[in-house]
Design a protein around this ligand. Sequence first.
Ligand code: PBG
Length: 326
Amino acid sequence: MGFPDKRMRRLRRTETLRRMVRETRLSVDNLIYPMFACPGNNVRTPIGAMPGQFQLSVDQIVKDAEVFVKDGVPAVILFGIPEKKDALGTEAFNDKAPVQQAVRALKKAFGHDLVVITDVCMCEYTDHGHCGMLDGHEVLNDATLELLAKEALSHVRAGADMVAPSDMMDGRIAFIRQELDEGGFENIPIMAYAAKQASVFYGPFREAAESAPKFGDRKSYQMDPANAREAMIEMALDEEEGADILMVKPAGSCLDLIRMARDEFDLPLAAYQVSGEYSMIKAAAERGWLDHDRAIMESLLAIRRAGADMILTYFAPHVAKLLGGR
Ligand code: PBG
């Protein structure tokens, strides 16, 4: 036998061969598109730190959705920019606020062709920017659960197909599950932001959602990025409490956690390619330092290979075009 014996390059010679042995695929079915609903009509306010993304009034959300639903994107997740903010974030459960209106409009326009998920959290609605109710500078856990449940109920009453709590209070999945069941919404699934880190990569989002905390940071409720075993405990708790889908967030800096979660849990697994991951690729591509489309596809493929079934990504409409639909 001559050296080398094992020639790995034999199956890399042509694109057709490579296509046959490819282990991981990205499909438009895997994508969930995050959108920012704002008040008004005919509003498209560009988000400076996220080129190509906008705060959109309800009519514009429906207009954009006409394109990406046709291109096969199966789901959106909605964030809200309220008219006004207060200490308790009461606009979060105002049935006429932008998210609730966007839900109604999208369900009316697309019916079962689009799954409408809503992000359930207080930080976009509180004047202090924290994800829950305050006592001094302390974010209260159990009192916040009541607010979150009211918000989730308001979203599903508007017609949301799924709710996604992202606040990281303890016990919120069980609490929201019970409130939904009692409200007659036992068929509405919960996607839990289960392992959500206190990450620097949410920076651009806070401009998009106008939700930066006015003091301190989120480290007393979001996870320390150093901890992997703790992430698995968070996921086990959310599963026990009744989550239907588990999420790891961010995605790109947590590929190990995605793999661990895939190996440990059988629930569908989502990963959130967050604003900072989007903006890094955009910025590098704008400078000509990275190939825009290839960087997107490789980053998403890596998240799939790590084990995510679904990916929340701001690239969703663009990727749907690149993939050529379903
Ligand atoms: C709300 C929430 C945030 C994100 C999703 N839901 C911001 C935060 O926790 O500060 C971040 C999404 C992104 O960066 O794209 N709590």
